[in-house]
Design a protein around this ligand. Sequence first.
Ligand code: GTP
Ligand code: MG
Length: 463
Amino acid sequence: MKSNFESTIFALSTNFAQSAIAVFRISGSECKKIAKSICKIEKLKERYVHYSKIHDLKSNLIDKGLIIYFKSPKSYTGEDLLEIHVHGSIAIIKKLTHVLSKMHNTRAAQPGEFSKRAFYNGKADLLHFEGINNLIKAETENQRIIANKQVYGENSKKCADWGTRILENLAIIDANIEFADDTDDIDNKKLITNIENIKNETQSICDTYEDTKSLMYGSQVLIIGPTNAGKSSLFNFILQKNQMIISSQKGTTTDLSEQSLEIFGQKVNIIDSAGIRNSSKMIEKQGIYKTFEKLDEIQKIIIVLSPDSIEKDHIKILEELINKINSKDIVIVFNKLDLKESRKGFSLWTKNIPKLKKFKSITISCKENFDNHNMLEKLYKFLYKNLISVETNNDDFYFSEVRQLECLKKVTENLKMAIKHINTLELSSKFLRDAMSELDILHGKHDHEKELGIIFNNFCIGK
Ligand SMILES: Nc1nc2c(ncn2[C@@H]2O[C@H](COP(=O)(O)OP(=O)(O)OP(=O)(O)O)[C@@H](O)[C@H]2O)c(=O)[nH]1
Ligand SMILES: [Mg+2]
């Protein structure tokens, strides 16, 4: 693919906010002229840090800053590229933006347009740029590690490996089709094993996609339990902030509330919910309905129980609920350990609902314990070990995007069909070719301009 980007583009690559420095990026054929016009640099040296005054169109000083020139094709975009580092004041940013927008054949960049140009100029495949986007968006340690693997080629390498192996088998099949009389009888069993091995690998990635997604985008965790057990207190304690209203009134929380945090490198989206009970209050009833709706969708559940929330009604509802959500990942938090005879209360819960024993549990006290870092650490370790940590059997490659999953599903399907029709070599060959085409799409080797537009639009401006 060759780029046909006529205009030069520019963008503020750092945030539009007061900061020590702000960096503008300019890409395209006008770079040299811009440097000459606003920085008065006659001889722009490649990959050299110029320290220069930066002027407006009437030669008034805007600021003094650093100018770096990357000559095509040795730049991020593959085009001539200029970086201008100025002081990060709003006024300077606004002024320089205005000045750049007045330059000949130069306009503000669209989101992801620098990366899009880089992609079209063959700087790397689409998997790499999807990794770059993830790296920029990374907030947690896991997200950073995965995105790095994507950027530095682990996904691309894996795809190339599948491609090579498919081609090897395709070559054998095609040779047999073309020179049926001259070649030895084809070893179907070996072919099937070869193709099956590749199929098992792609299939396994599709099967563990949800885990990869959890690593990348966070695990959803829903806190449920009877009213007043201390669900919101636990939610606040985990987040270490007074997010939810806590009160001794039953039915204080009437709606779902979601917050994100990082626990040992893993992003967690934790959701507080309305306590489950038979309520006649309209708003509370709606809230409980929402809790049930959310339960259908979420796999990881914390059930909060307290010694003072044991009531016949609560026991019945909880027992029925546990029967329904049996297949989910559940942990129990026995809260209000500080209450007198609390342990007796916890035992009463398990005596009444013996199934509770099969879940991992922890006993804690959330009230007035905000600064108890030992308890917090213990709780985080418990949650990480028993609910949050994600195991994937991927080695070093992580296909975290829906687009990637869809391609891999099609690769898998085509490989399955190639095996199924191994006795009709022409058909088998067709399916292997289709699998190859899907791998090409995974790399981004296709002309679906609209689809690429959607992918790069998801990037931030300036990248
Ligand atoms: N003694 C003691 N009281 C607690 C503890 N945790 C919470 N509470 C109290 O229990 C009451 C209910 O707490 P919440 O966190 O609002 O309970 P909830 O489960 O969210 O209740 P609803 O939103 O009404 O379903 C409040 O008075 C809290 O102060 C604890 O560890 N020990
Ligand atoms: Mg609550």
